[in-house]
Design a protein around this ligand. Structure first.
Ligand SMILES: C[S@@+](CC[C@H](N)C(=O)[O-])C[C@H]1O[C@@H](n2cnc3c(N)ncnc32)[C@H](O)[C@@H]1O
Length: 237
């Protein structure tokens, strides 16, 4: 294994799954593999308990938007966890990629979860609002203009809180992911795109240097970044 320096972000690296001409069977197996990968590395159970569950309404429904939801496994997991905790969480997952949208829509339906092929800017233009807005593994995907747009859109769309979760770039993360996924996920883009994602992702200081006021960066564990926005605090100011 060749360990790149990772001192700086590699913004030129491209994920294979973003290529519109990539092998559709490999892509479908990649979407299917997001669920175990996210369960192992993304830390949403903890983020749900700390940053989302405190906002769920005891009476009536709470709404949540997952931007760039891919195969939709995080959207479905959040709806299930909330239901198990006795809350009515209505989740909307959006993704502009027709292949991701198609794949997500064809899974066994989970109560309270729906998927749309849309961009966050379209929801802003339509005047939509959600109590909570999240994304997973989206920040590193975007160029600077798209990232600024995402933060502006998500702050507008959220009534209560925004949680953007992503990988934190580091050599240990790269080495562990490379070794752990070596024999796993054959016939998918998981290993290659995962390593590309780590090369494209931020360190905490880099992300802090790029965010507008009203946002904070937290580092739950060694390998993750959370970019948080408290819409309620902003409304109180
Ligand atoms: C690495 S995948 C992550 C999917 C899913 N969130 C997960 O964690 O399994 C990134 C997703 O973001 C979507 N995406 C790319 N650019 C986007 C944008 N500007 N707005 C919303 N989603 C975008 C892609 O289509 C892709 O499905």
């Amino acid at each position: 294994m060749i360990l790149p320096s990772l001192v700086a972000r590699d913004e030129q690296a491209r994920e294979r799954m973003d290529d519109p001409r990539c092998d559709p069977r490999r892509l479908a197996r990649t979407y299917a593999s997001f669920r175990p990968v996210n369960a192992a590395v993304a830390g949403w159970r903890r983020a749900y308990r700390r940053h989302l569950r405190p906002h769920l309404r005891a009476e009536g429904a709470t709404t949540l938007l997952d931007i760039g939801c891919g195969g939709g496994d995080v959207a479905r997991a959040l709806a299930r966890w909330a239901r198990r905790d006795g809350y009515d969480l209505r989740v909307t997952g959006i993704d502009p990629d027709p292949r991701a949208h198609d794949w997500a829509r064809r899974r066994t339906p989970v109560a309270g979860v729906q998927f749309h092929r849309k961009l966050s800017s379209e929801l802003v233009a339509a005047g939509e609002r959600f109590d909570l807005v999240i994304s997973n593994h989206l920040l590193h995907h975007l160029n600077e203009e798209q990232r600024d747009g995402l933060l502006e859109d998500s702050a507008r769309l959220a009534r209560r809180a925004v949680v953007h979760s992503d990988i934190r770039r580091g050599r240990l993360a790269y080495a562990l992911f490379s070794v752990a996924t070596w024999p796993l996920f054959p016939g998918t883009f998981i290993r290659e795109d995962g390593l590309t994602s780590i090369r494209r992702s931020f360190t905490a200081p880099e992300l802090r240097a790029r965010i507008p006021s009203g946002w904070t960066v937290s580092t739950p564990g060694r390998f993750r970044l959370l970019l948080l926005h408290d819409a309620l605090a902003r409304a109180r100011r």
